[in-house]
Design a protein around this ligand. Structure first.
Ligand SMILES: NC(=[NH2+])NCCC[C@H](N)C(=O)O
Ligand SMILES: [Mn+2]
Ligand SMILES: [Mn+2]
Length: 312
């Protein structure tokens, strides 16, 4: 993959475009719509400037904060209209950021924002690699979901696995993401239908079991190999619930047995060192569930590691 011409994380300063997506209707609990504000409040801009990077003017994506209607009982795609509209807007802004030559840093919001992020990225990187760090795999479809929450479907949508919604429905979107370009890391809570789809498609999934067995270093090297070969850009989608709830209590769907504080930092330090990452998003910070504010502060620290911060 050609690296020179792209805005990738490397030792030099770069221009970053913050794209805020205050959207929480893809999740089952309120609070993630406050994520961008909470992450800013925790000192993100100061960290970015300390690292020597430039910032373009912030973009705030307009999205519904209240549902137009309550979902019907047993609804398979809750708040579909709002998710679809948000996805179109995110796609437009992410695509514009790439066009401007900036490194897109997208702040959610719940994980449904990744639908629009990857749609916009794929317009510029038709063979996009994706590193998906998450306790979950977000591979449900309208046929397999138990919750109807669309943040549990973003990867399946990116792969073109939903009958009722695909990138063809988003103006300006690129092609669906190729299954061989995706790698999941830190998974530990997978629904039966997701497991079946992952196995059937042969998608790379490094669970916490693999991290225990091989260590985070080897897992990240393998992950980079998968997402970085034969691709023309690599997106990092970082769900903060990948980190253990002891460190990241402010999430709507916490799962014990997650990444330790240092495993999370080390994973991002390795991604930064690789020089392959062309965009990043951080999702699922829910400070309503964390009065201490430590989850948002952790998000800022982890972003700094991804943007080149080192211990010495
Ligand atoms: N992005 C997330 N936190 N996703 C959680 C998904 C949980 C569950 N698998 C569901 O479909 O509802
Ligand atoms: Mn997720
Ligand atoms: Mn998750």
């Amino acid at each position: 993959m050609e690296r020179e011409a792209k805005a990738v994380v490397q030792k030099q300063a770069m221009k970053l475009q913050l794209i805020h997506v205050p959207f929480g209707l893809g999740a089952g609990r309120a609070g993630t719509e406050l994520g961008p504000g909470d992450i800013l409040h925790a000192g993100l801009v100061r960290q970015i400037r300390n690292l020597g990077h430039d910032l373009a003017d912030d973009v705030w994506v307009s999205c519904a904060d209240k549902p137009a209607a309550a979902p019907a009982p047993g609804e398979r795609l809750k708040h579909f209209a709002e998710v679809a509209e948000m996805s179109r807007n995110v796609c437009t802004e992410v695509s514009a950021a790439v066009e401007s030559g900036a490194f897109p840093l997208i702040l959610g919001g719940d994980h449904s924002i990744a639908i629009g992020t990857m749609a916009g990225l794929a317009a510029h990187y038709p063979s996009l690699g994706v590193v998906w760090i998450d306790a979950h795999t977000d591979m449900n479809t309208e046929a397999t979901t138990h919750s109807g929450n669309m943040h549990g479907m973003s990867l399946a949508i990116a792969l073109g696995k939903l009958r009722s919604f695909s990138y063809a429905d988003i103006p300006g979107a690129g092609p669906s993401i190729k299954k061989g370009n995706i790698v999941m890391v830190a998974a530990r809570d997978i629904d039966p239908g997701e497991r079946e789809l992952i196995r059937k498609e042969g998608i790379a999934c490094f669970t916490m079991h693999d991290i225990d067995r091989l260590g985070i270093h080897a897992v990240m090297e393998k992950a980079l190999e998968i997402a970085g070969s034969g691709t023309d850009g690599v997106h990092l989608s970082f769900d903060i619930d990948s980190v253990d709830p002891v460190e990241a209590p402010g999430v709507g769907t916490p799962v014990r047995g997650g990444l330790s504080y240092r495993e999370a930092h080390f994973a991002l330090e390795l991604l930064a060192e690789s020089g392959l990452i062309t965009s990043m998003e951080v999702v699922e910070v829910n400070s309503l569930l964390d009065p201490s504010g430590r989850t948002a502060r952790l998000a800022v620290e982890l972003i700094a590691s991804m943007l080149g911060k080192r211990i010495i």
